[in-house]
Write a protein that binds this ligand. Structure first.
Ligand code: XMP
Length: 519
């Protein structure tokens, strides 16, 4: 029963909300498959998706302008449950004759929501008639649309939630998808389960079974090669494919000399030793380093590292017989983002090389078993497949690795200092139980020297910066407010234990305007 997990689906229509992926993740957490389509998706596409329910996202537009993107006819014609969130609610209300007003009642942040009456989706928020919700809007619905009733209000917005009297159409001015709305997940779950009738087929074991069957059918008896990086996505692909096709899978792990401390050993132990995956480990440290001599520009470094990787990988892959497929750890946000890039909606700030370009040079077909999954789903699948938490919970690490964390020219000596300082920082984060509280943390090496004093002697050594950020999606990030005593301990250890580092800084730049990485 391989297609079962997709048989119940919710469609999320994207009106430009910064939270749209979060909405989709919540629906998946509620146990239902969903996809995100642009709000102007062709009617035919909406109908053929065959959703059990539709969620209309928020968005930056205003329905007070005549040109605003409307709720597509197809959505209302399908006669299935519809949940409009923020802009989605306003568009639904406008469509049914309500007035929407701009300004005046803007609200950003927590508000107290009061429920009006019984028998409504609002019951999912809990027994109490009052609850906190997260608001983020400029416009609001001013008059009750035809056929609807008001199911909740806040002090400044009398129409904070709406429901149709006879059809399963709902509107919420607040955002149930953000964690600041305490009952938000229950509300989405209630919409998905009770109103749309989805049974919760989308869960890790079932996803794994489905993927295994799909991969087997796709590759048959052919060999598959995978570039294993030690990151979460490629690791989960390796574990999944090992289960699906066993020895037909060969992983190639390239030690480019730009890895974190202990990474090569961990990959060998986890995959080759515990999971019995065939891993070819290539020591290409010299090769990458030589190619980087004298190169200081970040984009040049990225391109060189990407190019060398492709060469090394290709040399190895060509020696494998019967290989017709290249497995990749592409995940759903990559799919959405490349679609946005293709329509010109995204802006390139850094060229993120991973294994792009490989399929063309190797003439291999792609197998991408994680293409439908969000990162948190990839992690759950990985855990279910038995990958260790240390690997699954690992912070993201860029493809060019320490190559973009040693600023300017990459030298062996600098890499060693960066690696050691990073090891200490991460070790301390784990010891203080802070590792999982930040989204990403690492050390950046600055090739400048600073004067210090140690014992009776003068020191003139290098500088490193600690970077730790909090973020959901890495598009924006806040620098992590780590405790002073913790930072103090890291700085002391790094300066005392590493010969060659005289000074430690802490990066307090947000994104934007800074980026997470320094290069
Ligand atoms: P930035 O520096 O663009 O980073 O704010 C956002 C996230 O992307 C990661 N990153 C990369 N990942 N290849 C990758 O696979 C790259 O070239 C690359 N550059 C940045 C970065 O670590 C952060 O998680």
């Amino acid at each position: 029963m391989t297609s079962d997990i997709h048989s119940e689906r919710i469609l999320v229509l994207d009106f430009g909300s910064q939270y749209v992926q979060l909405i989709a993740r919540r629906v998946r957490e509620a146990g239902c498959y969903c996809e995100i389509y642009a709000c102007d998706a062709p009617e035919e596409q909406i109908r053929s998706f065959d959703p059990r329910g539709v969620i209309l996202s928020g968005g930056p537009e205003t329905t007070t302008e005549d040109t605003h993107p409307p709720v597509p006819d197809a959505v209302l014609d399908l006669d299935i449950p519809v949940l409009g969130i923020c802009y989605g609610m306003q568009a639904l209300a406008r469509r049914h004759g309500a007035e929407v007003h701009a300004g005046k009642r803007r609200e950003f942040g927590l508000a107290t929501l009061r429920r009006n009456g019984a028998n409504s989706l609002m019951e999912a928020l809990g027994k109490s008639s009052e609850t906190e919700v997260w608001m983020s809007h400029g416009d609001h619905v001013e008059t009750v649309p035809e056929g609807f009733r008001v199911t909740a209000s806040t002090e400044s917005v009398p129409i904070a939630a709406l429901e149709h009297e006879s059809r399963p159409w709902f509107g919420l001015q607040f955002h149930p998808e953000v964690t600041h709305t305490p009952g938000g997940q229950r509300l989405i779950e209630s919409f998905v389960r009770q109103y749309c009738g989805c049974r919760g087929l989308w869960e890790p074991e079932a996803i794994i079974e489905d993927r295994i069957a799909t991969v087997r059918a796709q590759v048959g008896e052919d060999g598959v090669v995978l570039a294993l990086s030690g990151g979460v996505d490629s690791s989960v692909v390796a574990a999944l494919l090992a289960r699906a096709i066993g020895e037909q899978l060969t992983c190639i792990f390239v030690d480019n000399g730009l890895l974190r401390a202990g990474e090569a050993t961990q990959v060998r132990e986890t995959f080759a030793e515990h999971l019995g995956v065939q891993v070819i480990q290539v020591d290409a440290r010299e090769r990458f380093l030589s190619a980087l001599v004298g190169v200081t520009d970040p984009e040049d470094k990225r391109k060189i590292i990407g190019r060398e990787f492709i060469h090394v990988f290709q040399e190895q892959a060509e020696q494998l017989l019967n290989v017709r497929w290249l497995a990749q750890g592409t995940i759903y946000p990559d799919v959405i983002e490349s679609a946005a890039a293709a329509t010109g909606k995204a802006h390139l700030i850094k060229s993120h090389h991973n294994v792009g370009g490989l399929p063309e040079t190797l003439h291999l077909q792609l197998v991408e078993p994680l293409r439908e999954l969000f990162k948190d789903e990839v992690r759950r699948v990985g855990r279910t497949l038995g990958l260790p938490q240390e690997l699954i919970g690992r912070h993201p690490f860029p493809g060019p690795g320490l190559g973009v964390r040693v600023l300017g020219e990459v030298r062996a000596e600098y890499l060693e200092l960066a690696r050691e300082a990073d090891r200490i920082f991460i070790e301390e984060l784990r010891a203080w139980d802070l590792y999982d509280q930040v989204a990403q943390a690492f050390v950046v090496f600055l090739p400048v020297r600073s004067v210090g004093v140690m014992g009776d002697g003068r020191r003139y050594d290098y500088v490193v910066t600690l970077r730790a950020v909090e973020t959901q999606d890495f598009m924006t990030a806040r620098w992590a407010h780590l405790p002073d005593e913790f930072l103090d301990r890291c700085a002391r250890r790094i300066i005392n234990e590493i010969d060659g580092i005289a000074r430690v800084c802490y990066d307090i730049s947000g994104k934007p305007p800074a980026t997470v990485e320094w290069e």
